[in-house]
Design a protein around this ligand. Sequence first.
Ligand code: BGC
Length: 889
Amino acid sequence: MTAKKRPKMKALTKGVIDTKMFKNRMLRTLSVSLPISALMLLLSTTVTVAAPSESIVSQSHALSVLSNSEQQRLQARLSTVESEIERLLPQLTLEEKVSLVHAGGKFHIPAIERLNIHEMWMSDGPHGVRYEIDRNSWAPAGWTNDYSTYLPPLTAVAASWDPEMASLHGNVLGAEARHRNKDLILGPGVNLARLPLYGRNFEYMGEDPYLAATLVVPTVKAIQANDVGATVKHYALNTQELNRTGVNAKPDERTLREVYLPAFEAAVKEANVHAIMGAYNEFRGTNANQSHHLIKTILKGEWAYEGVLLTDWNVDINTYDAAMNGLDIEMGTAVESYDEYFLADPLLAMIKAGKVPESELDDKVRRILRVQLSIGMMDKQRLSGERNTQAHREDARTIAANGVVLLKNNNQVLPLDTNKVENILVLGPNADKRHGFGGGSSEVKALYEVSPLDGLKAKFEQVGNKVNIQHMRPASSKFMPIPNDYLTTRHWTGTPSWQINYYADNQLKQLTSESWIADPQFDAKGQQQNVEIQANIKPMESGKHTLKVLGDGKVSLLINDKLLFSQNAQHTNVINEDIELKAGETYAFKLVYQGKKNVTLGWETPNSLYNSESEYLNAAKSADAVIYYAGLSHADDRESIDRPDMKLPGQQDEIISKLLSVNPNTVIFIIGGSAVEMPWAEKANAIAWGWYGGMEAGHAYTDVLFGDVNPSGKLPITLPKKLQDTAPIALNDYNEKESLYSEGVFIGYRWFEQQKIVPEFPFGHGLSYSEFSYDDIKFSSSKLSGDDTLTVTASITNTSKTDGAEVVQLYLYDMKASVPRPLKELKGFDKVWLKAGQTGKVSFNLNKRDLSFWDVKTNDWLAESGEFKVMLGSSVEDIRLHKSFQYQQ
Ligand code: BGC
């Protein structure tokens, strides 16, 4: 029997999916994403679309036809786009054309009313439509009706390894952007997770070029099916936040083509994406937004891209290079007037002086008009979208649940049994944390957000079981900084943070720089430092708070500008001071430190919000189930700053180890967008990873923990044992100045395999409550020649008593190559949903491009004749079947 793609989602995600609605959306998904020629072909004949034989993404996805009326509407619109461009262009004055190629506000380009050309509005992206920002400043516009669905970030989509989840994600984003009157949504992001410390990994689709290229296609198509343009970002090589606007990315050409570009290439060639955003960093010595090689040669040359390239917000470009090398729109530049933008008056002057030909400008304007016309900006029948619907919330829940990765499940600790569990102990910094409002430009003003604890409570209210859920905050034996749950001060990325000011002198007069830190602690690393650390604090309880400072040197604490205490000690010392604080009031805390070692500000709250070690460990011994929600927050995973290390913040490792020693069945549920070290992994029986789960996170996690949803996610990143094991760190290629990408094409798991380093959990790993066996690998032919396609099939059986899904992964190895090639390269995957006992078939198509590497001698893809090994597995390290074939050029 051939396994169908998710025949009944309801069976696996109880009550949260309307399959008919999903189908209807999928019908629309295909529409505006296709070039006109493909659309015409589709209208006349076919029902499903297979990827072209030499596509980057060789797996075909089942997409259906459009409804008749939608076909007609789109056909009518798309068929006139080019003639409309040619009608409008000659009517525009030079000044009007220039006005279109740069911002007219923080998030729009101007209108030309007399020609019915409207303002083109953009919004972040990528996991929900951002709250409305003031037209001309970064301040919130103060709207009360700009809430939107907070979706699980793209890392969760990547962890689902499921194009249908990508489609759902894109559809919600597109429909909501449209409903907020946006024309371009600034997402999806497809930079690869090369470095676990990178603050923006959580926004993207993992570490593998094939996985990202496969999933970006349905995401973009679904967004654009809503008459909104997707903006794939950041082109290219934005793989660190450390000096993100200055670091010079210098990968060799092969690495660029094979690793960092395929997701962009797929978005252009297979999803017909309308917009691409440049990256902040430099590429080979010039800003990426004006790189001739990236834009003119590759994007607009080789890939024949017809959409627009816009800058990231405020980039360091120059008018001539940007104009000549293919940049279409300049956004966000920090100058007084929009006329001062590089592509504003300076461009006008250069055109008038004959330095930049007007034809370059015309090309940009044609592209802008093409996008505007294609998404229906001048079409009265343009779709109007919808927002915060029940269906969108259900989609958010489905995506979150499908992205959960079960990393370890010894002794079948999971799923927890509702009938057996009466006392649940819940702990961990993420138990009651909400993440939507944070992370940087991707922050979302969610209508609501269900925390893990809320989700658990809701489940038991629903089933009516008498379950006692006890929530504890473990105190650490170490000195604890004041947790950021109390902060009202926010870094611009939306995360609660402390501002830190550095001074050159001990008079605190010459401010040298200012920055933000997650916790009120500072390490002077042996050098004399003069700093002020400040934040506004809102206590949760009224009464006596004992403030504690651990530090050396001169330390003083001021609250609302009143000195609470000060000391001058040579050695590290603890100071305690009591103060009455009122719940709900805001207090300005300022810690001044002048010393060479370190300082930390902690406190004890009146009713002791924290449970002592003996309290929480005793509770963990007697509970029927213990769940520790560990991980990161957007104080760690955030735009503009990388993490300092790969450790779980705070005292989590210590507390987890203690819990595991009294109760090894403690479920460690990690929330976060980048790898963390797990020094306790060996001791734990149950570990799961939930990324950030969007507004329905708590429900989705609970669905998985209690078996209402059988986990089916797989890691889209490698989880290393330690930071030093990762390529950029091991090769000393992480600094402010330049990134050489010294590991070449050996990104992520490819590096671990090549170096024979065993990670904590490998790429592609993820368990299910079901078990699967793999049999019968077959090829359609023993040889592959030239441009032909080889089909690989295998049988997968669900050998368990539980319905579930397996992501079968196809890795390829070129047995003898003239260049170093990875031992395994992902070249296909298929998620099969099988009932208990059911056998299904997976099928993959391999073509010349799948076999190829980028040949720097010919500047083209090259598949060398010889033997290739196909490996099918449940992760990169768990290969179940393999077989080889010969390729003949
Ligand atoms: C980010 C982009 C974002 C833009 C607009 C930049 O700081 O890098 O991803 O779309 O801001 O908010």
